[in-house]
Ligand binder design. Structure first.
Ligand SMILES: Nc1ncnc2c1ncn2[C@@H]1O[C@H](COP(=O)(O)OP(=O)(O)OP(=O)(O)O)[C@@H](O)[C@H]1O
Length: 253
């Protein structure tokens, strides 16, 4: 932790303290602390079953914590419902892309535009210039500016993943959480996804769960290593890579 960071909790966009969840007595996440700064890309790594996905589920309200605190810009997320957490500015992408296959790229982005909360509401509003401009801007960030009129069904797996990221970005979350975003992607797509993430942290923080160490190296501001629901190590990629505990439980395999 840098001196500037430890001055005040206001320096963090997300403060996770003593976070714990137990499933029938089994503590999948156990007294976890970590702190995310604005414009940071935090990568969570760790062996299978370490609790990585559960941590994101707890932050976004999908799973209820047994104890602890998760503060996002000073608001206690553990007391909020999933939809309230989204509304507060926390976006979450799950492992499998869930785009609307029958709609075009443009339409997928349009229905995700925050003005419409139902599919009908979203499709009914006038496609004014502001919406078109925003869609064009997002399409460029996600490398789909030349695919706007294509049905999502015809996109590659990687392009669908990018579209889903775009559908979250159009809502302008201040914290975006991604679960293994490059799983199933080609090497070229991974490189572009790293570029995408490095670009979007100019305006927000990102938490990524990832196993591909080359990709982690390309994106991570800081790495948090989980093991059996607990924090094993934390720091720069170089720092955690050199940690004997991390090599023993994860990187050495
Ligand atoms: N709803 C649940 N009920 C019971 N056990 C659960 C539940 N959700 C997760 N677990 C258990 O909690 C542990 C952590 O799971 P989690 O999916 O968070 O791990 P992970 O680090 O994301 O693993 P992977 O890399 O395999 O995705 C696992 O042992 C899992 O079986």
């Amino acid at each position: 932790m840098s001196a500037a960071m430890s001055d005040s909790k206001d320096a963090f966009i997300l403060t996770v303290e003593d976070l714990t969840v137990s499933f029938d007595g089994f503590k999948a996440v156990n007294g976890l602390n970590f702190y995310v700064e604005p414009n940071e890309c935090r990568v969570i790594i760790g062996p299978n079953g370490a609790g990585k996905t559960t941590v994101l589920d707890l932050i976004c309200g999908r799973t209820k914590a047994t104890g602890g605190s998760v503060q996002f810009k000073g608001q206690e997320l553990l007391k909020m419902r999933e939809d309230q957490i989204v509304h507060a500015g926390v976006g979450r992408k799950f492992q499998n892309p869930s785009v609307y296959e029958d709609l075009t790229v443009f339409e997928n982005l349009e229905i995700s535009y925050p003005r419409g909360y139902s599919v009908f509401g979203a499709l009914a509003f006038r496609r004014d210039q502001a919406v078109r401009d925003r869609i064009a801007e997002i399409a460029e960030i996600i490398f789909l500016q030349n695919h706007l009129q294509e049905k999502a069904a015809y996109l590659s797996h990687g392009q669908k993943q990018w579209l889903e990221i775009g559908m979250l970005l159009i809502q302008d979350p201040e914290l975006l959480m991604l679960d293994e975003p490059v799983a199933g992607m080609s090497v070229a797509e991974r490189v572009k996804t790293a570029e995408l993430l490095n670009r979007i942290i100019a305006d927000r923080s990102v938490i990524v769960i990832e196993h591909d160490m080359k990709f982690v190296e390309d994106i991570a501001t800081r790495v948090t290593v989980l093991h059996q629901g607990k924090l094993l190590a934390e720091g720069s990629m170089a720092h955690v890579q050199a940690d004997p505990k991390v090599i023993e439980v994860y990187l050495g395999h």
